[in-house]
Design a protein around this ligand. Structure first.
Ligand code: GAR
Length: 216
């Protein structure tokens, strides 16, 4: 039997996406193992989740490095030391630096709470409400050096209602995040995601990377 894909997760906060990945690994849906959780915040709730599931966790604080490149090089070292093959950004609230992107070229996945290329950066849900779009959603994509600009792997759409606030829309989108992120990781672990000419192709009979307002 071949070894399972080794995942490293980076998270800055609550970690509900991290939890959904843990749950989907434990249920056998994702054929992978989490080698380490790395957080840039010592008080991130994601760390508690790691402890509960006996996953090694590290806090790597930017303040302990003289520049961002050294910070990201150190993160890459820790990931490589543990044989991590895919890096998953589960609510990692920083723009990833070159040293990590170069060592994990097209091997870093992020979840963003908007339908990219609309509303990149922080507060994607608030940006959607403020703009007045009628449909928003979430996007799983590979990470490149831009801000939420890498190749799109999978998206899910949700309606935006007139009385939505950032909070109500975030909640609706989050439910879809917890569906498509594990699905994208599963397909990657099964070798069904390929990149050609900067575009992602999903080799699977049923999943074509589009989930339009899928039922909860
Ligand atoms: C999620 O909504 C995720 O899409 C977003 O942060 C939240 C983290 O929640 N990420 C970004 O905005 C990245 N630019 P979680 O900690 O409960 O997974």
């Amino acid at each position: 039997m071949s070894e399972m894909l080794k995942i490293g997760v980076l998270a800055s906060g609550r970690g509900s996406n991290f939890q959904s990945i843990i749950d989907n690994i434990e249920s056998g849906f994702i054929p992978a193992e989490i080698a380490v959780l790395i957080s840039d915040k010592a008080d991130a709730f994601a760390i508690e989740r790691a402890k509960k599931h006996k996953i090694e966790s590290l806090v790597i604080n930017l303040k302990n490095f003289s520049n961002k490149d050294l910070f990201y090089a150190h993160i890459a070292d820790e990931l490589q030391k543990r044989g991590v093959e895919l890096v998953v950004l589960a609510g990692f609230m920083r723009v990833v630096g070159k040293p990590l992107i170069e060592r994990y070229n097209n091997k870093i996945m992020n979840i963003h709470p908007a339908l990219l290329p609309s509303f990149p950066g922080l507060h994607g849900q608030k940006q959607a409400v403020d703009y007045g779009v009628k449909i928003s959603g979430c996007t799983v994509h590979f990470v490149d050096e831009g801000v939420d600009t890498g190749p799109i792997i999978m998206q899910a759409a949700v309606p935006v209602y007139e009385d939505d606030t950032e909070d109500t829309l975030s909640e609706r989108i989050l439910k879809q995040e917890h569906r498509i992120f594990p699905l994208a990781i599963k397909l990657y672990a099964e070798g069904k995601i390929t990149l050609t000419g900067g575009k992602v192709c999903i080799k699977s009979g049923r999943e074509n990377g589009i989930l339009i307002n899928p039922p909860a």
